[in-house]
Ligand binder design. Structure first.
Ligand code: ADP
Ligand code: MG
Ligand code: ZN
Length: 640
């Protein structure tokens, strides 16, 4: 570090100290006031201390000098703070207290004499003097009171300083002059990128549009589930256009005090106008942009004011000032319609979870800065990870890299990636079970799933069965969806229900009804959900092609939460009986399949208990070699 650098550092430190004192000035005054006030109330001790002082003062300064010159003094303690000398005379008894003499401001003469006569003298501090003890007793009363007052003060000053400061530029938003993100860093969302490329042009060459009288859109709303890359896209737009990126989260607007959010909005837009052309990114806009006047227990004044301010600001600047607002949400359904009208967030871009190709592209982006073994096929990983978002995939590769480092390997191999997928999907790996009846039962349960799944024609292939606990599960059966399928047929759904029931079915067949365990509770929940949807949403039951449920299953507290079911009691009873029928038929089917293939079931369970994991290929081979009864497909189609 250079010298000037050091100096600058010191300067900064000292100025910091000043600021610190300044900030604490207010509470300190409060304490001082209480100190002045309180001794009057608890003030008896200092008086007592004074009396004690006087009783011992039988010598005066002149006497002291005389006695010192005469050599009658054994020892003197000088107490600077109290201006007292405690004098021990020669021949005085050990237990008699010293005589106390008031000192003068300057005591050079006395000290010289004491030196001459070789008298032992020294300074003592007054900490143990009785006056100080008195003060201490007082302080013991004062401190808790002071602390108490401070607490009150702190509370009120906090509150008031917040209320005072909200208008000032206590910036809650971040500004990045350069985001450094480019469109090539965002993958798997090609359509969204195409639409947003236009926004980049708006920011870069607004003249092109204004010359022909076009009004440049002000706002773009990015809609998509968490982790699909909305924030990343917004940054990429700013990065491509080379403009500053202002970002704030919707929840930052909403504060305890009415008006704070609105002033933050004003503040944000003012800063943005000073920096135009630029991009404002409002994350989680649903936090402020909810429908006004909605919600149980009345509206939220603060939120509504903030939203109104946002709307006003958006109207207030012309589209041609070079500011574009990008907002992100995963709940477009709850947004206030005023936000969505033309002139505000009139463009809406969907950012969907990636498909197989998209996942592959995203994996390529994130594999760029990692050492990945050439034998690893990113495509195979993409295949294994349906439903993963960009954030999940980024996390997956990172976990694999961490694991690689922990194993002290040179590059990430498929082993680490597999372990990372398992971990991301199902949670942390636990320790293997010891051999016991329950391990055997879990083995039957898992093989039950896998075997039924393998025997059913429409079911996804088994990827692996394992007895190693992970997350909440004691054992796991993994199926790989063999293709990207937007649509699922009725028979596929029924196969899934049957295979999911296979675990409980195996338990019952092998150990008998009284021995079945709680292990299937998750399966049953899943099965009931699927069966119910078949009846109420997909029209796949005897009730016919009816949609009997609100499409948005979640209850959004701000809207129609009352009229949840729009069908009669009679229909409700029918739905229940249909659901029960689907589930019980599937259960019977699963039990039949397992009973018919009991031999292979036993073989697989033995193997699994021994090896803890069976890979899908081996599993299918064993089934194919042993299966006595191939499944007749028509059995599956019955009875509906
Ligand atoms: P969102 O804002 O939609 O919740 P983010 O943009 O914050 O998601 O994404 C989080 C992280 O996940 C990003 O920083 C990036 O590393 C990764 N990511 C998400 N989507 C993509 C994508 N489409 N392409 C590349 N990386 C992505
Ligand atoms: Mg985000
Ligand atoms: Zn199960």
């Amino acid at each position: 570090m250079t010298n000037s650098g050091k100096k600058a550092l010191i300067k900064r430190q000292s100025s910091k100290r000043v600021a610190w004192f300044g900030a604490k000035a207010l509470p300190a005054v409060g304490i001082a006031a209480s100190l002045i006030m309180l001794p009057g109330i608890f003030g008896s001790t200092p008086v007592m201390a004074q009396k004690a002082d006087n009783s011992n003062a039988s010598l005066n300064y002149g006497d002291l000098l005389k006695k010192a010159k005469a050599g009658e003094i054994q020892k003197v303690e000088l107490d600077e703070t109290e201006q007292l000398a405690r004098v021990y005379l020669k021949g005085q008894k050990d237990n008699t207290p010293p005589q106390q003499v008031r000192l003068l401001a300057q005591n050079t003469e006395l000290i010289n004499i004491l030196k001459d006569k070789n008298v032992d003298f020294g300074e003592v501090s007054s900490a143990n003097s009785r006056a100080a003890v008195g003060l201490l007793i007082n302080l013991m009363w004062i401190l808790p009171l002071g602390a108490f007052m401070l607490l009150f003060l702190r509370r009120s000053t906090n509150a008031s300083s917040q209320a005072m400061n909200f208008g000032k530029s206590k910036a809650r938003f971040q500004m990045e002059a350069k985001t450094g993100v480019k469109f090539e860093d965002v993958a798997g969302v090609e359509e969204a990128k195409e639409e947003l490329e236009e926004v980049v042009t708006f920011l870069k060459q607004p003249e092109r549009f204004t010359a022909v009288g076009a009004r440049i859109p002000k706002g773009v709303l990015l809609i998509g589930p968490p982790g699909t890359g909305k924030t990343l896209l917004a940054k990429a737009i700013a990065g491509e256009a080379g403009v500053p990126f202002f970002s704030i989260s919707g929840s930052e607007f909403v504060e305890m005090f009415v008006g704070v959010g609105a002033s933050r909005v004003r503040d944000l837009f003012k800063k943005a106008k000073d920096n135009a052309p630029c991009l404002i990114f409002i994350d989680e806009i649903d936090a402020v942009g909810r429908q006004r006047g909605a919600g149980i227990g009345g509206g939220n004044d603060e939120r509504e004011q903030t939203l109104n301010q946002l709307l006003t600001e958006m109207d207030g600047f012309e589209g041609n000032t070079g500011i574009i607002i990008i907002a992100a949400t995963n709940r477009p359904d709850v947004l206030d319609t005023a936000l969505l009208r033309p002139g505000r967030f009139d463009r809406q871009v969907m950012v969907d979870p990636p498909d197989l190709k998209g996942r592959l592209e995203i994996l390529k982006v994130h594999a760029r800065n990692k050492k990945i073994d050439p034998s690893v096929s990113l495509e195979a990983i993409a295949r294994r990870t349906p439903g993963f978002t960009g954030a999940d995939l980024a996390n997956l590769l990172n976990e694999a890299a961490i694991l690689t480092a922990r194993r002290r390997k040179e590059a990430v191999t498929i082993l680490e990636i597999d372990a990372a997928v398992d971990r991301v999907v199902a949670g942390m790996e636990g320790t293997a079970l010891v051999d016991s009846k329950s391990k055997r039962l879990i083995a039957y349960h898992e093989v039950g799933h896998a075997l039924v799944g393998t025997l059913l024609k429409d079911h996804d292939p088994v990827q692996k069965v394992t007895l190693i606990p992970r997350g909440q599960a004691l054992g796991l059966t993994w199926f790989t969806p063999n293709e990207e399928q937007g649509l699922i047929s009725r028979s596929q759904l029924k196969s899934r229900i049957t295979a999911t029931l296979g675990g409980r079915a195996a338990e019952e067949i092998v150990f008998g009804k009284p021995e079945v365990t709680t292990g299937a509770s998750n399966d049953l929940q899943h099965v009931t959900g699927m069966a119910r949807q078949m009846v109420t949403r997909f029209g796949m039951s005897e009730l016919g092609p009816l949609s009997l449920e609100n499409q948005s299953a979640e209850v959004f507290l701000g809207r129609d939460w009352m009229n949840k079911s729009d069908y009669s009691e009679e229909i409700a009873a029918k739905i229940d009986s249909q659901v029960r029928e689907i589930v019980s038929n599937s259960y019977i089917k699963a039990k039949e399949l397992l009973q018919e293939n009991r031999v292979v079931l036993e073989r697989l369970v033995d193997l699994l208990a021994e090896q803890e994991t069976i890979e899908g290929d081996l599993f299918r081979k064993i089934v194919a070699d042993n299966a006595q009864v191939q499944v007749a497909d028509e059995q599956l189609a019955a009875p509906h």
